[in-house]
Design a protein around this ligand. Structure first.
Ligand code: ADP
Length: 348
């Protein structure tokens, strides 16, 4: 039996295709009684690497009586990688999602979730099918912002493999907050959080979606790398306030997305709580500073898409489970949210 025929009998557990067909075999060389080969994984940190390695060792030993020395390497060069990524998408529940947009921030409390909720409703009002996946394990706020806090996730099929998302204001919502309550979230670090997030990503029954907005935790930690490894993210949006402490982390966030191994294009920055304009005066107060976001954006080579003011109705909407744009469509603020949504739609 030829070596490729032997390798063809080994199936990637997630992609359900054989490793030869997936282009995962790099160099193969026999020296003495050892077969040296390179196994290129379709994605970084692929959990299938160890079982596949063992399966190859067993098959080569059984069929050829040889020992194996396997080097597991990073994803294949770009053209093959794209092909494999495509297959990965086709084989996960995200295959019927047209575009995945990650919403990220350097610091917590800058309004990332508020922006995500309002963009989701804006896109929905533009006629798109929208889902929000809230993986902010440090403070999942989508259940509250969409008024679906009491939702208890139910299986969407008899086998119990897929979970039905909540739905309100025409937007489907899945949140880590449905599974953990209160401060428990803080205890969810490392492998426990990673496996829970994987389940949310792959086992939510979204149906057909035009846009899935991902509410990421603040910062640039492990969760980001897990999500980036699990899901093909088409673009990232950064939310910040004009404060210096928040902006320093923005630079780090943008570099992470732009880095070679992550390589996710950034649509731009949303400057939230950019200013305050009292309703009974023409004055504008730049409470957290002015111009700094613009400077940082320029430095990082991205655009500031919009400035959203500090506004009592935005905050109230978040607390009432009624994102601001649901009811205030004609205001300048709603137009700003719509404008960001438009930029996302047109971002190539
Ligand atoms: P993050 O997701 O970055 O932690 P949130 O979206 O939860 O931040 O917002 C933090 C708090 O600030 C919430 O109480 C929210 O209602 C409020 N908030 C966010 N954006 C605005 C705004 N533009 N004007 C007023 N309050 C806001």
């Amino acid at each position: 039996m030829e070596i490729t025929d032997i390798l063809r009998t080994i199936i990637h557990p997630e992609l359900q295709k054989n490793i030869v067909e997936l282009g995962m075999i790099g160099s193969v060389k026999q020296e003495g009684d050892t077969l040296f080969l390179t196994l290129r994984m379709p994605k970084k940190h692929d959990p299938a690497a160890s079982p596949l390695r063992r399966a190859i060792e067993r098959a080569v030993e059984d069929k050829m009586g040889l020992k194996t020395s396997i080097v597991v390497s990073d994803p294949a060069p770009i053209s093959k990688q794209q092909k494999v990524q495509k297959e990965l998408r086709e084989n996960t529940t995200t295959s019927n999602i047209q575009r995945v947009i990650a919403v990220s921030s350097g610091k917590g409390g800058v309004g990332k979730s508020t922006v995500t909720a309002n963009l989701a409703v804006s896109l929905q009002k533009m006629g798109y099918k929208v889902g929000v996946l809230d993986v902010d394990i440090y403070g999942p706020s989508m259940p509250k912002m969409f008024g679906v806090e009491s939702y208890v996730p139910v299986p969407s099929d008899n086998e119990g493999k897929m979970i039905q998302p909540a739905e309100n204001h025409g937007v489907k919502v899945m949140s880590i907050g449905f599974f953990i309550k209160g401060d428990d979230a803080l205890a969810w670090r490392g492998p426990m959080a990673t496996s829970a997030l994987r389940q949310l990503v792959h086992q939510t029954a979204w149906g057909e979606l035009d846009f899935l907005l991902l509410d990421l935790p603040p910062g640039t930690g492990d969760i980001h790398l897990t999500i980036v490894g699990e899901l093909k993210i088409d673009a990232a949006l950064i939310v910040t306030t004009p404060q210096m402490v928040a902006l320093a982390d923005v630079v780090r966030g943008i570099s992470l997305f732009k880095s070679e191994h992550v390589n996710i294009p950034v649509v731009g920055i949303v400057e939230n709580m950019a200013y305050f304009k009292p309703s009974d005066s023409d004055k504008t107060y730049y409470i957290f500073g002015k111009d700094k976001t613009q400077e940082i954006a320029k430095e990082s080579g991205v655009e500031v898409l919009e400035q959203i003011p500090l506004d009592e109705f935005i905050a109230a909407g978040g607390d009432q489970g009624l994102p601001y744009v649901t009811d205030n469509q004609q205001s300048d603020i709603a137009k700003a949210y719509m404008n960001i949504a438009n930029k996302i739609v047109n971002f190539k």
